[in-house]
Ligand binder design. Structure first.
Ligand SMILES: C[S@@+](CC[C@H](N)C(=O)[O-])C[C@H]1O[C@@H](n2cnc3c(N)ncnc32)[C@H](O)[C@@H]1O
Length: 302
């Protein structure tokens, strides 16, 4: 199964897969309905993010960043950028910002103004609370990425997204078009997200690399429940949680959507970085041999 949320990589064991199934044709024909379902599921999962509030606050107050070194390298020196707002201010827009920890990390990295957009109202409330407690500026917008407000168009020095974001989207062309319109003329897109190939591999009991039964081209998966490595201890029991819809888009599909929107891909990098510790059972020497994440840097292309 997919993502840091569902378990496509689990073995086909009745007890663990009853709440994981391929989406039906009727479900996949309606991307907006899948997004609405994901909104409900993420509102439930926000409970786990609320539990991370204190450590997130400590990190932001200390001026640190939650991002990986490879992300810092992709983003580069934000302070060296001229600023696209005509005021010398550098704006970073974080799509699918969740509880705001990564968004406010961008502030600590030199963005003067950060904008977080997320479909989950509970995540947006949490992000605003984090910013207020940290004394940090931030604009928090509850919205489907596909409906990002038009008044942000052309204003982003940086559009940043990833860490388990793209799998929740079911209109990649619409997503790429939004990124294109948000970017300032000299702005850049930076993505750091899970590599779709990560679901092809798992660890045997000794930590050796083994192939899973995962179908790389399988399309949308519907699921209830979350991978315990990522989200555990929700107060809503799994059977009562909302169905959610995820798709491990291939690298080809992601890149093609960005190119189709007119963006110019500057870099596409694959990493062994185990970004959500989903492969921590693998021996380190095996973990380093497979792609677990990827990065993209793109410009507006005009
Ligand atoms: C795994 S989190 C993203 C990573 C995040 N930076 C973090 O700190 O973990 C996925 C986020 O995407 C949001 N999301 C899912 N579908 C969305 C959509 N269509 N538009 C906007 N946000 C969406 C969820 O509410 C959730 O907060």
């Amino acid at each position: 199964m997919i993502v840091p949320t569902t378990r496509l990589d689990w073995m086909p064991d009745e007890s663990t897969t009853r709440n994981v199934r391929p989406a039906t044709a009727a479900e996949t024909s309606d991307p907006r309905a899948m997004h609405a379902a994901n909104r409900a599921a993420w509102d439930e999962a926000a409970e786990r993010y609320e539990g991370w509030f204190d450590e997130a606050l400590e990190l932001i107050r200390a001026g640190r960043s939650n991002l990986f070194p490879v992300e810092h390298e992709l983003i580069g020196d934000l302070r060296a950028r001229p600023g696209a707002l005509g005021t010398g201010k550098r704006r970073a827009i974080h799509l699918q910002c969740a509880g705001g920890r990564d968004t406010l990390s961008l502030w600590n990295l030199g963005a003067d103004e950060v904008v977080g957009i997320d479909i989950s109202p509970r995540m947006i409330v949490l992000a605003a609370r984090l910013a207020e407690a940290a004394g940090a500026p931030g604009i928090w917008i509850e919205s489907d990425v596909l409906d990002a407000p038009r008044d942000l168009d052309g204003s982003a020095d940086l559009v940043y997204t990833g860490r388990g974001s793209i799998i929740w989207l079911h209109d990649l062309d619409g997503w790429a078009a939004v990124i294109r319109r948000l970017l300032a003329p000299d702005g850049r897109l930076v993505i750091f997200d899970g590599h779709p190939a990560e679901w092809l591999f798992d660890a045997d009991p000794e930590g050796h690399l083994v192939a899973t039964a995962y179908d790389y081209f399988g399309g949308v998966e519907a699921s209830k429940g979350w991978a315990p490595e990522y989200i555990d201890r929700l107060s809503v029991a799994e059977d009562h949680q909302s169905w959610k819809f995820a798709r491990a888009w291939t690298l080809g599909e992601i890149v093609t959507a960005l190119i189709g929107a007119g963006l110019r891909i500057e870099r596409l990098v694959e990493y062994p970085v185990d970004w959500w510790a989903g492969h921590r059972d693998l021996r380190p020497e095996d973990r380093g041999r497979i792609p677990l994440s990827f990065g993209i840097v793109a410009s507006r292309g005009d």
